[in-house]
Design a protein around this ligand. Structure first.
Ligand code: SF4
Length: 323
């Protein structure tokens, strides 16, 4: 029997079939969600249909914080593993599910506990500040965590002059410029997605869109950030665009954020300098995987208590400094 999906006549019906199937999945997700009393949270880089169906969208830290305040005992975290880990560590009484087990973050994986211990031996007087985009074990080995929006505040709160900043060198270098009184020791890690953006691509897009403002994430290369009208976290970018009188923006971060920018500002136009501005790990989560996650209660994210206890303290210290 021919495959019902790939026969020529049915291939013509594929868009219609896909739309119906997505509708079916949306109903299924909403039914199970109600039945089990779950909360769906989605990162700003998730697919449009995932952001659309989520109860809350935001950056990783904002989502982890919202999870702590939620009454629901089951949380489906549409994002990547380190995000679900942070949510679990801050809310250990909740079941935190990650719809796709393989959704990891290459940047987080660029720092290991062993290498961090070596670095600490090299700089025994330094404090370790880990970006939230790090594994639970690396957080547990750090003194305090930070996000791209509160890193300067976090570093300024420390008495140590030397800071080992792990794992993103671009963000670390950007922060160092804002805390000249500190010596920031950079880790050789980077976000594979933000590193893809080149100065030439930005200049070319600026030429095509001369009235557009360029907004960029500090995980981008130094020469890219030099061209930015605004540099900040995804939450910062959303706030900046919402408050700006400009009508056009070139977006220097993962293109998933355009869903939220467009939703808040339907009259404004957004352009990405490269079609490659996609985080493959973030895009692994589809409606199908989300439905399966709720249906089968997978994949439960947990962190061994010894690690979780130490890592939780670094997250709580950050919350204390920035409250
Ligand atoms: S965009 Fe970069 S930092 Fe964020 S999850 Fe993807 S690889 Fe990791």
């Amino acid at each position: 029997m021919p495959c019902p999906y790939t026969t020529r006549s049915n291939m013509r019906k594929k868009p219609e079939f896909d739309a119906k199937y997505k509708e079916h999945l949306r109903h299924k997700i909403s039914d199970i969600k109600k039945k089990v009393g779950a909360l769906i949270v989605a990162h700003n880089y998730q697919r449009d249909e995932i952001q659309e169906i989520a109860d809350i969208t935001g950056d990783s830290y904002a989502l982890a914080r919202k999870v702590t305040q939620a009454k629901e005992k089951i949380v489906v975290f549409c994002g990547v593993k380190f995000m679900a880990e942070s949510a679990y560590m801050l809310s250990p009484d909740k079941t935190v599910l990650l719809p796709v087990e393989e959704a990891g973050c290459p940047l987080a994986d660029m720092a290991t506990v062993e290498k961090l211990r070596e670095k600490k031996k090299e700089y025994p007087d330094a404090a370790v500040v880990s970006y939230v985009n790090s594994t639970a074990s690396v957080k547990a080995e750090s003194d305090i965590c930070c996000t791209s929006s509160n890193a300067v505040q976090v570093i300024n709160s420390l008495k140590e002059k030397q800071i080992i900043f792990v794992p993103d060198k671009n963000l670390g270098r950007y922060i160092a410029e804002h805390v000249p009184e500190k010596e920031v020791i950079l880790w050789d890690g980077y976000c594979v997605v933000h590193m893809r953006l080149t100065k030439e691509e930005v200049l070319k897009t600026k030429e095509l869109r001369p009235n557009a403002e360029f907004i960029a994430h500090p995980e981008c290369r130094e020469e890219v950030l030099e061209l930015a009208d605004y540099t900040g976290s995804t939450a910062g970018m959303i706030k900046y665009v919402n408050g700006s009188s400009s009508k056009e923006f070139i977006v220097g971060t993962e293109k998933g954020i355009i869903y939220r920018l467009k939703r808040d500002n339907p009259e404004k136009e957004f352009y990405v300098p490269t079609d490659q501005f996609i985080c493959a790990n973030m895009k692994l989560t589809t409606l199908g995987w989300l439905a399966r996650s709720l249906e089968k209660m997978v994949y439960k994210i947990e962190v061994p208590e010894e690690t979780a206890e130490k890592a939780r303290k670094t997250l709580e210290r950050m919350m204390e400094v920035t409250k």
